[in-house]
Ligand binder design. Sequence first.
Ligand SMILES: NC(=O)c1ccc[n+]([C@@H]2O[C@H](COP(=O)([O-])OP(=O)(O)OC[C@H]3O[C@@H](n4cnc5c(N)ncnc54)[C@H](O)[C@@H]3O)[C@@H](O)[C@H]2O)c1
Length: 715
Amino acid sequence: MIYEGKAITVKEIEGGIAQLNFDLQGESVNKFNRLTIEELGAATDALKAQKNLKGLVITSSKDSFIVGADITEFTDLFAGSEEDLVANNLKANEVFNAVEDLPFPTVTAINGMALGGGFEMCLATDYRVMDSKAKVGLPEVKLGIFPGFGGTVRLSRLVGVDNAVEWICGGTENRADAALKVGAVDAVVANDKLVDAAVAIINQCNEGKLDNLARREEKKGKIKLNAMESMMAFEISKAFVAGKAGKNYPAPVEAIKVMQKHAGLTRDKAIEVEAKGFAKMAKTNVAACLVGLFLNDQELKKKAKAWEKEAGEVKLAAVLGAGIMGGGVAYQSALKGTPIIMKDIAQAGIDLGLNEAKSLLTKRVSRGKMNADKMADVLNSITPTLNYGDFKNVDLVVEAVVENPKVKDIVLRETEDQVREDAILTSNTSTISINLLAKNLKRPENFCGMHFFNPVHMMPLVEVIRGEKTSDRAIATTVAYAKAMGKTPIVVNDCPGFLVNRVLFPYFGGFAGLVRDGADFQKIDKVMEKFGWPMGPAYLLDVVGMDTAKHANEVMAEGFPDRMKDENKSAIDVMFENDRYGQKNDKGFYKYELDRKGKKKKVVDEDTYKLIEPVVQGQKDFDEEDIIARMMIPLCLETVRCLEDGIVEAAADADMGLIFGIGFPPFRGGALRYIDDMGVDKFVELADKYADLGPLYHPTEKLREMAKTGKKFFG
Ligand SMILES: NC(=O)c1ccc[n+]([C@@H]2O[C@H](COP(=O)([O-])OP(=O)(O)OC[C@H]3O[C@@H](n4cnc5c(N)ncnc54)[C@H](O)[C@@H]3O)[C@@H](O)[C@H]2O)c1
């Protein structure tokens, strides 16, 4: 044994060749935490001290090579000063440089995933062989940073600027064939041949057939471009990447600037440039928010896992109502492997649901994501029916009939009589209280909400809603089924609108108020899109549908009359009264026309302005800040109330719900994180400026208390 640590062991395997193996004790994956980097340094020292070694193979005995840096260490690390961050990076880079400078040929054998720091480890060796099923990449930009263990330096020299920009700025995970094609790896083999292939490369180096030192010098030298080529490569990609990433995500463009700056430098100086750029990005609020988001997501996964342990098995599901949502649920369940019965009262409904599933599957087949046999299997696992024939075999039912409490009451009671006593009954209602729907059920303990978002196959969130009488088993089984469908479940308590719609409607309230006071709805959309929302509120209302929005608004007003009841007619009411339902019938705040590709395109409709004239009472031209404040304060305050009322268990649940459910700008981390970042005291101060607008703008007592005591939602 040459070295033995808790993450790394080094031993001689054959003919003077050493193997450095990553196997982080007590963890399911290898990651670059502080310990692993320290041990890599010590192991490299031990290797240097050995006499007569002929080569080194680096391996992992986990399913994946190394999944990346340990992100749980980022929050503390990034809290340090920029100088400390630079120093920290340079210290870590000394270790990677030492690996690169070892006095014999080095090869990494890549299995599973080698991402971020894991792939930077691979880049430090002379050669890379890769399992044909493995993936490699540098996804750091997804956390608002870029590679900091020499990745921008080595990759740009190894595969050229254009490819490096594509990999680093896109944060892509790249398959073996793609990696081989650009020269990021040198050979692709089956998993069980990895070490043999690595040893063969080392032997060839020692026989003089391969020149590993020339390889090394290429990585350590300057980028081989003349001034003109360099200008073309960097300037064009900067413009392209800036357009794609947008102003709110600075890391991809900064990565290019850093590569441009170090293009003419050799390794050690180039790494200094990278370290400085990295530290600058790590100190941005975007990085803090995106890292926070990653950690929140881990928390959610942990919670879901705990529920899954208590879950009953769902071998067969059923959905009631084959409409937009029912069809989507059937498709998603079947696609992910849980057969499902799809019941409707009308053949037309069933045809619609099946056609939707067929068209989604056809798209998958045409994109090469699925073959025709698999498509047939998926379709066959959806059983359409007009009666309750097989319901005795069903483990979980999703009710997705029309949003009407009376109809739902009848349908749920009827279903309860048809299923086994242990079957779980859920409702996809968007707004109706779960306790209300449970009232007339015989087994309310087996009932909860399972709120999907439209379109079901695209939207990641499922709210699992616990009623007063819902059992843990019902929640656990529903959470597990949502996971099996590939969704992110968040467990919330019952109230009108649950978490997401309860928070969304005050935001629409903010919108209605702005329009009433004279703001141009198109300007509001533009400002909120610039703020980071995928679409502005008027456009979103068109997508949701004015009838749905109006109905949900009424439920919310009844549930929270103190702040959500509005006696005045709003622009949304006007749209509804004029049959402008939005995208459904191609007319809402905007008009919708088909573009050349047959896709719906929104166009300005001057009629809208004429129609809403009677409800516009003011003539103020609002500036951006005003618009943002009037839109965001009601949304944020309602999120605070959801946390205070125990609708969500934790701040992280609330923020993730908004990001996954309504596309809250991820780089802002969520509503509560947004308040934290502004400073709770500053937020309260800002809200107080708008107090005249009514209770939607009035902070809770607890929030005022937090403002006084300096408490935050996170950390
Ligand atoms: N559309 C959305 O954006 C959205 C999002 C989340 C949740 N939801 C909720 O999902 C539910 C369904 O909404 P949708 O938009 O799919 O409606 P939809 O009108 O498209 O579909 C409803 C379907 O239910 C069928 N139906 C009516 N009575 C039935 C019964 N007794 N048994 C079986 N089927 C019956 C109808 O024939 C129709 O096919 C509602 O509760 C809605 O609030 C909708």
